[in-house]
Design a protein around this ligand. Structure first.
Ligand code: UDP
Length: 362
């Protein structure tokens, strides 16, 4: 089987690294990189650390408004698919690259499978939510990380070729955790003691593009008398500077560039708490048993909240400060929620079987 995998952003590199490794044992894969993330620290470092093969096509789309970005991707992915004629297109997550890949494949009547299907925040103002819904509805095979995701699809009438596989990010985390422990020197580089610091990541549009929300977050971090390591996403850095918040943030936390995966998961593994608006980080924190405060009003990883290991604190300064001081999840409420590291195996064996059956979904 010839599979075209569509990648474009940091979390997709993390997810695809494990599926790709499994896929290439039996099948041919071509990688199409849309170029949505292009900074070296958001891109190249992941290919190197996670041993992802060089992309066969680099579309160099870069940043831009959603319509421009998705439209350019759609055009260029279509050209590649017409030329390469893959049997299947594989997409990951919820970005413009995901939607463009699924739509291009679907219009060309190429089978398409979506990894991380069925997640919902129930907040359509999030660009990611629109991408998730549309991608799920034009994909032929849907790989869900959890039963909640399967249930979400069912509510939307999507019940055929839906598979529960576990979560591929967990595969990647479990595969790399020991490697990170041995290889990364991030703790000594930053002069940190295990469990003596917090880690923050912020990049969702609802936080970065809203000056008031970003200011509340900076105010909360300034008020906390804690060591906070804050690897700064390029978009967040740009907006902090635009709103005149950068210098104040810099004086109260330790700012770093975006970290490589091995550095980041080691940092997370030894953190006292995570403060984040990232989807992937909420789940990784849960798996590593690190308490997490999510600086959003909703989450698509509701299991982490149900088990009391993640609290949605939004961007209310008082609430953030209070919860950092008080939050203590209970170990007895921690469960195996996202699979045991076999998601990529499950996905590839399912695809192999579907291919043998000639797909027959269209
Ligand atoms: N991550 C990383 N370095 C960082 C911040 C995050 O390697 O400085 C990893 C993190 O461990 C997770 C992924 O990037 O695997 C999450 O990506 P992001 O937060 O950009 O995307 P989201 O999950 O919110 O879509």
């Amino acid at each position: 089987m010839k599979v075209a995998s569509i990648l474009g952003v940091r979390p997709q590199f993390v997810k695809a690294s494990v599926v790709s490794r499994e896929l290439r044992k039996k099948h041919e894969e071509i990688l199409i990189h849309t170029g949505q993330h292009y900074d070296s620290q958001m891109n190249k470092v992941f290919f190197e650390q996670l041993n992802i093969p060089e992309p066969d096509y680099h579309l160099n789309i870069g940043s831009g408004n959603h319509g421009y970005q998705t439209g350019e991707m759609l055009k260029k992915i279509e050209e590649v698919l017409i030329k390469e004629k893959p049997d299947l297109v594989l997409t990951y997550g919820d970005t413009n690259s995901t939607l463009a890949g699924a739509l291009a494949a679907s219009k060309l009547h190429i089978e398409t499978a979506h990894v991380e299907s069925g997640l919902r925040s129930f907040d359509r103002s999030m660009p990611e939510e629109v991408n998730r819904i549309l991608t799920d509805h034009c994909s032929d095979i849907l790989f869900c990380p959890t039963q909640n995701a399967v249930d979400n699809l069912k509510r939307e009438g999507v019940t055929e070729n839906v598979h529960i596989t576990g979560d591929v990010m967990v595969d990647s985390l479990l595969y790399n955790r020991e490697i990170a422990e041995n290889r990364s020197t991030i703790l000594s580089d930053l002069g940190l003691k295990s469990k003596g610091y917090l880690v923050a990541t912020i990049h969702r549009a609802s936080n970065t593009d809203d000056e008031g929300n970003l200011k509340n977050i900076v105010d909360a971090f300034s008020e906390l008398n804690e060591t906070i390591i804050f690897p700064l996403h390029p978009r967040t850095e740009k907006l902090l500077k635009r709103y005149g918040l950068y210098d104040r943030l810099k004086s109260s936390v330790i700012l770093t560039q975006p970290l490589g995966f091995l550095e980041f998961i080691k940092l997370m593994n030894h953190a006292k708490m995570m403060l984040t608006d990232s989807g992937g980080v909420q789940k990784e924190a849960y798996v590593l048993k690190v308490p997490c405060l999510t600086l959003r009003e909703n989450t698509e990883w509701i299991e982490t909240v149900e088990d009391g290991w993640n609290v949605l604190v939004g961007t209310d300064k008082e609430k953030i400060v209070k919860m950092v001081r008080e939050f203590q999840p209970l170990l007895e409420n921690h469960r195996d929620r996202f699979g045991d590291g076999d998601a990529s195996k499950n996905i590839v064996s399912n695809l192999s079987q579907a291919f043998l059956n000639h797909f027959k979904y269209h």
